[in-house]
Design a protein around this ligand. Structure first.
Ligand code: NA7
Length: 541
């Protein structure tokens, strides 16, 4: 329905984002009979999987644990071709889901949201896009993604480079990027950099990797899914999802029930060897719980992995540079790799230690470090994201009384349950900061958040409630709980997107509390408890 001005479309709900979260949220809102739309800057659905088209982009979660679980039909009809699917296949899957649900015509693409303002008199949000279009809605739902505000390094001369250069998130979508025979630089060695490096090393002419700090990486062990395995997977989705519901991170992989201290060294090594040789995140999560909590045990496991790196990299000096010294295994996101370390055994690959010889500037021809000037045809920035709050900060969101969300969150996110914010009525964050999403396998956690939010909105609608707002004291309590979760967890001390660290964003070079670390089962239980108590901690009116 359009208003008189003809520029503002009036609806029940607006979802910002049409990625994995936005797709499912839109579906649930429409199923409630609401007039809803999803807005996305991209030219199509897919979010993360729309943007990240760099070579080698793929899942580190088993494909069949990454798809939506809510529809038996989708599960039955979609067949993953690999245990860990690549980006093109994932994007095809999400396109398939959108068409299957018949919701494409409720999505609007090419619209970058500029601002969102809450009007206390009407209890409605007005969302404005950069092209001037406006949407007015009772409910505003943020499905913006935790890693969708890409950040370029703050290096002098970036615009002077005469060759090609882009962030991995902004990898060109309308053309092939020429790699064969070219001189290429990759800056950044997070999960993205690792995937790019291992994939392009055999293709490019020369590759220089600028590494500031290494990450602990371990083998992915990907393989195709044959017909028989496909049948088995499709026949056991109930068990797969039941298993995921039990584990801390909603993965297939959960901690070993034994204590590190109660097993012999032989048994311990047997577990670690088995995990290192197995596909997926078992190498991180199917471990003794002490590996995550006890620095000494973590050091022992880190040394086990360090020896694996030493055995795979021919030059011992390079191997040492690839072994993290400032954090233990799993304290930052562990990139899973396919022959990553072996890339450094190639004659055309060079590791540049950007902490020893820092990058001074980008020059018209390449990169100048404190020691050397390099010439490149292509610079790939795999330099990460302004995590969790970055995409919200980039929208001028103003709640009741005109308070800016960006200001409220300047020292880190503050939410109730990771889903709502005091002072910002009728705004729902989906898989947002302080939720369990990023500390777990994303899609199951997204389904948790979206399902809970849809039920909440249904409750509001059925009870003719027009305004919902988290109470300040509930929010303070939740934020304190988030902080407490970081205490004693080794993640808390590492400079990574888990702690909101980003040297390229003002004020984000300090460690913050961004995620719920209590595990998916506890998070789900908390959401269910709040709902069962008539949405405790909220003012409804
Ligand atoms: P990450 O994991 O945040 O990695 C970013 C990398 O870029 C990391 O190695 C940074 O080094 C490096 N970086 C950032 N700025 C600079 C500058 N100025 N100079 C040199 N190096 C720099 O992002 P990813 O995209 O790899 O991964 C994000 C997640 O997406 C991933 O975990 C998956 O879950 C999907 P640093 O470590 O800060 O020294």
């Amino acid at each position: 329905m359009e208003t008189g001005s003809n520029t503002t479309t009036v609806r029940d709900a607006v979802v910002i984002g049409a990625g994995v979260t936005g797709i499912y949220m839109l579906h649930r809102l429409l199923a409630l009979g609401l007039d809803a739309t999803a807005l996305d800057e991209a030219a199509g659905p897919g979010g993360t999987w729309y943007w990240n088209r760099y070579p080698g982009a793929r899942f580190d979660s088993e494909s069949y644990t990454y798809g939506y679980s809510f529809s038996k039909e989708i599960l039955e009809e979609w067949s993953w071709s690999e245990h860990f699917a690549g980006q093109p296949e994932t994007l095809r899957y999400l396109e398939f889901v959108v068409d299957k649900l018949g919701i494409r015509d409720r999505m609007q693409f090419g619209c970058k949201v500029k601002s969102a303002r809450f009007d206390g008199a009407s209890n409605r949000w007005t969302v404005e896009m950069e092209d001037g279009r406006r949407e007015s809605a009772r409910y505003l739902l943020g499905a913006v993604g935790a890693l969708s505000a890409a950040t370029l390094p703050r290096i002098e001369g970036r615009d002077d480079f005469e060759g090609e250069a882009f962030h991995t998130y902004d990898w060109p979508k309308d053309r092939e990027v020429e790699l064969a025979g070219r001189r290429v630089a990759v800056i950044g060695t997070g999960a993205t950099g690792v995937q790019v490096i291992q994939t392009i090393a055999p293709i490019v002419g020369e590759l220089a990797v600028f590494q500031r700090r290494p990450n602990w990486c371990a083998p992915l062990h990907n393989s195709p899914i044959d017909a028989e395995t496909q049948k088995r997977i499709k026949g056991s989705y109930d068990q797969i999802f039941a298993r995921m519901a039990e584990t801390h991170g909603s993965f297939l992989h959960g901690t070993d029930p034994r204590s590190y201290h109660e097993v012999s060294e032989e048994e311990r090594l047997a577990l670690w060897e088995k995990n290192y040789a197995s596909p997926g995140f078992g190498v991180w999560f199917s471990n003794f719980v002490e590996v995550f909590l006890d620095p000494e045990v973590n050091a022992a496991y880190s040394e086990f992995i360090a020896n694996k790196i030493r055995s795979r990299v021919h030059d011992p000096a390079i191997a040492e540079k690839l072994i993290p010294k400032d954090h233990g295994f799993g304290n930052q996101r562990v990139p899973l790799e396919s022959h990553y370390y072996e890339a450094y055994n190639r004659d055309n690959v060079r590791l540049v230690d950007a902490s020893e010889t820092p990058i001074l500037r980008i020059t018209p021809k390449g990169i100048q470090t404190t020691e050397e000037e390099f010439e490149f045809d292509l610079i790939i920035y795999a330099t990460g994201f302004d995590s969790f709050t970055g995409s919200y900060d980039r929208i001028d969101i103003r709640g009741a009384g005109g308070q800016k969300l960006r200001d409220k969150w300047k020292d880190g996110p503050i939410t109730y349950l990771g889903t709502n914010v005091s002072g910002f009525p009728n705004l729902f964050l989906l898989a947002g900061p302080q939720s369990a999403s990023a500390s777990s396998n994303y899609p199951p956690s997204i389904e948790t958040c979206v399902g809970w939010t849809a039920d909440f909105i249904d409750y509001l609608e059925r009870n003719a409630l027009q305004r919902v707002e988290a109470r300040l004291e509930a929010e303070e309590q939740w934020t304190a709980e988030i902080k407490a979760g970081y205490e004693g967890n080794m993640i808390a001390r590492a400079k990574s997107w888990f702690t909101g660290y980003n040297s390229n964003v003002d004020g984000h070079d300090k460690l913050r509390h961004m995620m719920y670390l209590g595990g998916s089962p506890a998070y789900r239980a908390k959401l269910a408890e709040v709902a069962s108590k008539g949405y405790e901690g909220f003012d409804l009116g």
